[in-house]
Design a protein around this ligand. Structure first.
Ligand code: FNR
Length: 186
């Protein structure tokens, strides 16, 4: 069994990125589990708070990633950059020592936007962050969902068979990468 942690970088109830992650979890083949974690309770990073008491809300996510074989980030794109709430979460997870969570961790990126480029710029920006953290980013397949409002129904159901097929392939391909390249390969 391969366990992957999935994080959506949007806090919106009707987020397309959260819906995309859920669709990926639903499309996962047998033997692969995507455990979706919310980042809604993660506070803004503050070095003074870190010194006083590390936030309780960050710890379960930290442990979950440490125990998983890989991490999937579903990222929105804000003003041609990474979304602050997700970057803030990654910053907390990198404290006090980024190696504890991220060293050689397999990571895959996916993203959905309402525009025409499907979070391409944000995903490119994430590369620099994930390199700094010494993760192993999987590059074999892109999930760049443009005009997401045409692919998901109002209740977050994915209505695009081709994208469903791509998600199954993506999750299987990334899981195989975790198995063979990750330090926690099963
Ligand atoms: C956006 N959006 C957006 N889309 C895009 O393709 N490129 C961009 O640079 C931006 N910039 C941007 C900035 C801000 C502040 C917001 C709130 C939105 C639109 C974005 O794709 C859309 O809101 C998505 O629905 C966000 O993802 P979720 O919340 O649906 O997961």
């Amino acid at each position: 069994m391969i366990t992957l942690v999935g994080i959506s970088g949007s806090l919106r109830q009707q987020s397309y990125n959260s819906a995309l992650l859920k669709a990926a979890a639903d499309a996962a083949a047998e033997g692969i589990r995507i455990e979706i974690h919310s980042i809604a309770d993660i506070p803004l990073y503050n070095g003074d708070v870190e010194k006083q008491q590390f936030p309780e809300s960050v710890l379960p996510l930290k442990t979950a990633i440490q125990q998983a074989q890989g991490l999937i980030l579903a990222t929105p794109e804000y003003n041609h950059g990474v979304p602050g709430v997700l970057k803030n979460t990654i910053d907390w997870l990198s404290r006090p020592n980024p190696k504890d969570v991220f060293f050689q961790l397999p990571v895959a990126l996916m993203g959905a936007s309402m525009g025409g480029f499907g979070t391409q710029v944000a995903q490119h920006e994430w590369q620099a962050v994930l390199k700094a953290l010494k993760t192993r980013v999987w590059h074999e397949q892109d999930i760049l969902v443009s005009r997401a409002q045409e692919k998901f129904s109002d209740n977050g159901q994915l209505n695009d068979p081709e994208l469903t097929r791509q998600l199954t392939q993506f999750v299987s391909g990334f899981s195989e990468f975790c198995r063979t390249q990750g330090k926690r390969g099963a």
